[in-house]
Design a protein around this ligand. Sequence first.
Ligand SMILES: C[S@@+](CC[C@H](N)C(=O)[O-])C[C@H]1O[C@@H](n2cnc3c(N)ncnc32)[C@H](O)[C@@H]1O
Length: 280
Amino acid sequence: MNINNIIAISNRPRVHEKGTDQMWTDPYISKNLLEIHLNPEINLASRKPDSIKASLDWILEYKNQSNLNILDLGCGPGLYAEELTMRGHKVTGIDFSENSIRYAEDQAKAKGFDIKYFCLNYLEIDFENQFDLVILIYTDFCILLPEEQKLLLVKVKKALKPCGVFAFDFNNDRNLDQKIGAKSWEIAEQGFWSPKPYLCLSEPFHYPEKQVLLFQHTLIQEEQVPKVYRFWTHYFSMTNIEILLGINGLKILKKSNKVLPEGDCWLGENISFVIVSSKE
Ligand SMILES: C[S@@+](CC[C@H](N)C(=O)[O-])C[C@H]1O[C@@H](n2cnc3c(N)ncnc32)[C@H](O)[C@@H]1O
């Protein structure tokens, strides 16, 4: 193990530089993630059931029609897709985690729900004029790099019917100091990141000029090249998201930062929701 290598890869990277590995699609980590998604007592990976219901209530209050055709991007294990199905809508879920999609499909089959799931990168979807509503929930818009955000908006606009709307949530610029947090480390014989002994160095970085936080986790294991997981987490004021959407041909129809119950810095008024449509 070369300490200088570890120092080099744990340093503050250039803005938007990608890590070496992807957390969501890793076969071992995604099993642990699924357990976290499904734990109704915590707000990690997926939010608690009351927040899921509150988010859908807020969205469907605007799009108040029955039998909507809905696309759930980054659907995870299908918690929103199932709730929407129970409310009488037709749902297609997309996620690139094989583990989550397999679980979601098994659940739909067991419960007799007619939900279509696809294991796919949502930046590669190619739907046209098909959906009344597209959702992307758990601030996933914020972890896309700027060119990916642009691409996603193009894909979503194409997927929507002329009267269709896109609903998503984002980290706003409230309580940034708490959101940035502190650096920490974890040492374990086995744990979230690996079934083998590891040391994980976690450090947040702030790039105020780009309005992005980086949550970086460097995983060090015996006789292995260290792995670096990077989560570039953008934050937006309502004005800035409106400008970004406007540049990409979208306008805000409904907005709120009171959708989620109060809690830590990733809940309540620290997260904003918008419903948007094409400007044309
Ligand atoms: C924070 S979780 C939220 C899951 C779900 N929306 C929820 O709130 O229960 C993010 C999900 O998005 C998926 N994901 C992230 N980037 C993706 C991409 N580019 N294409 C497809 N799925 C993606 C992950 O696998 C994960 O299931």
